[in-house]
Design a protein around this ligand. Structure first.
Ligand code: FAD
Length: 108
């Protein structure tokens, strides 16, 4: 079976980076594809208990794919839900902090 921690770090890197570079004003095609990507995770993610928690979480908190600021926050909050469940620290979900981590790097 896959290493759940390594898989998690790789997946969060992909998802947060993709959200950080998602357009401010996505086309309907970009929105549909982002929704499909997110909704496929509970079906395909190769950690079945993770996938099952995510399914419940996404049903309670539908993805906001309206633009990169809203999407970055939504994803950060979902990651925080996992962090809390695992007893990890929560992350500040402001766009400044998510961009610093996943787009721009710290400003000096
Ligand atoms: P990670 O949690 O992987 O975080 C990587 C980096 O992201 C951090 O170092 C930090 O810089 C940054 N970061 C942290 N929080 C946030 C945030 N809220 N927003 C933006 N950036 C942030 N593991 C389980 O044991 N059980 C589960 O049920 C489970 N469910 C998961 C569901 C999904 C969808 C995913 C992608 C992963 C899941 N994992 C689960 C794995 C878990 O979330 C971690 O990836 C893993 O435990 C490794 O943790 P880590 O401390 O190295 O950092």
């Amino acid at each position: 079976p896959p290493d759940v921690e390594q898989l998690g770090r790789a997946t969060w890197t992909f998802l947060h980076t993709t959200a950080a570079y998602y357009p401010e004003k996505p086309t309907s095609n970009q929105r549909v594809n982002m929704l499909t990507l997110l909704r496929s995770l509970p079906v395909l993610y190769p950690c079945s208990h993770c996938a099952s928690h995510l399914d419940t979480n996404i049903k309670e908190n539908p993805p906001d794919v309206s633009g990169r600021v809203a999407l970055s926050r939504w994803l950060c909050e979902r990651h925080n839900d996992v962090n809390s469940r695992l007893g990890k620290l929560r992350f500040d979900c402001s766009i400044e902090k998510t961009d610093e981590r996943w787009k721009n790097g710290p400003s000096d």
